[in-house]
Write a protein that binds this ligand. Structure first.
Ligand SMILES: Nc1cc(N)c2c(=O)[nH][nH]c(=O)c2c1
Length: 381
């Protein structure tokens, strides 16, 4: 994409229904309908899917992982080849994470300082430094439409003092990230930088982080530090205290979330964007998400079941293959199992998101939420 001035990044809040929000994000690579689920395209691919398949299911945006791409093939090489959109043949919106979360979860010999995080690659042991400035430089080289500040996400449970220290470091890094983003001309390219709210499972620190971040000029705001193993009720409680003090007319992105239920409950608490490896990873492990809950195709009870996962579904993977066949493919570890179940799972996630958006528009979100949960509870007959 050329560096010429683009339409500014924008967010329109179209309708609310309780705390649920229906909106539209305008990016240089198209409109993102919110609430939105963003399939994870870790190493420049949504695993086991063609880009057009992902698009045909209704995805307006996918996520790219900065940590993985900076190591292989490197951001500089992706830039030389025209940027991530061109490189992976995905002409729609791309959101990238900062890389910090995966440095802490994947890299070796990590050393955290005020400057950033030094680490060695888990591939070849090569040395790297991830600073707020380097993270933004990498995301800019990739051509990301929606970029993330570098932050510090700590594991829970943690002492209040630890949570507060990480929150304050993240706020200092938010400022440095913004400075670098503007230095690289992000706003003029129509790109966005999101600040990330931290504060762990401490309500007071969550509110402080959101309020202080909200006073800084970001195009959107993420809620980080959750979906790190805490109980669902803790995550939802943190959302209940955090979203009411986040800017109303900016997108809110809950990082790393989640299951269909997590998403439904988080939309009900004011979240607009989601990403999670759940549907794609589960698809590679024999697990199908459907309107009536999860189906584990590894289970022998499916060995002679001629029914498809859901004969009323639009997705061919869901409608045109028997459970017996899917069970066989999973049992003999055929590649088609991952392809069909990933296709099914992403189809279900986008079906759920479309249902959520329609319900908010109609003012019937609460009924939709209850009916959806009843269908899940009904289970797979
Ligand atoms: N669950 C989470 C997933 C993530 N990718 C992130 C992240 O990238 N940054 N900061 C976070 O707190 C965070 C939490």
């Amino acid at each position: 994409m050329s560096d010429q001035a683009q339409k500014p990044f924008s967010f329109k809040l179209l309708k609310t229904d309780g705390a649920a929000r229906r909106g539209e994000i305008t990016t240089p690579h198209g409109v993102v309908r919110t609430p939105a689920f963003m399939p994870v395209g870790t190493q420049a691919t949504v695993k086991a899917m063609y880009p057009q398949q992902v698009r045909d299911l209704g995805a307006d945006v996918i996520l790219g992982n900065t940590y993985h791409l900076m190591l292989r093939p490197t951001a500089e090489r992706v830039a030389k080849l025209g940027g991530l959109h061109h490189f992976m043949n995905w002409p729609h919106a791309i959101l990238t994470d900062s890389g910090g979360f995966q440095v802490m979860s994947l890299a070796q010999l990590r050393k955290m300082s005020e400057e950033g995080v030094s680490f060695r690659s888990h591939h070849d042991g090569s040395k790297h430094m991830m600073s707020p400035e380097r993270s933004i430089e990498i995301q800019g080289l990739l051509g990301s439409d929606i970029q993330m500040q570098l932050d510090q996400c700590i594991a829970l449970p943690a002492e209040r003092s630890e949570i507060e220290e990480a929150m304050n470091l993240s706020l200092r890094w938010a400022d440095r990230s913004r400075t670098q983003f503007e230095k690289m001309g992000g706003p003029g390219k129509g790109q966005a930088l999101y600040g990330i709210v931290q504060g762990g499972d401490n309500p007071e620190l969550r509110v402080e982080s959101a309020q202080r971040l909200g006073e800084m000029p970001f195009e959107g705001y993420s809620v980080g530090g959750l979906a790190v193993g805490e109980p669902q009720e803790v995550m939802l409680r943190m959302l209940e205290v955090t979203t009411p003090v986040m800017p109303v007319h900016k997108p809110r992105y809950l990082m790393g979330v989640g299951t269909p239920e997590d998403i439904l409950e988080s939309v009900a608490r004011g979240i607009d964007q989601f990403d999670c490896v759940m549907p794609t990873r589960a698809g590679r492990h024999g697990l199908a998400y459907t309107r009536f809950g999860k189906v584990n195709l590894k289970n022998a009870r499916h060995a002679e079941d001629p029914r498809p996962l859901d004969e009323e579904a639009d997705c061919p993977a869901t409608r045109d293959y028997s459970r017996a066949y899917l069970h066989h493919l999973v049992r003999v570890n055929e590649g088609l199992a991952a392809m069909l179940l990933t296709w099914n799972n992403l189809a279900y996630y986008q079906f759920l998101m479309q249902g959520i958006r329609d319900a908010i528009e109609a003012g019937t979100f609460e009924d939709f939420r209850q009916k959806t949960k009843e269908d899940w509870a009904r289970g797979d007959l």
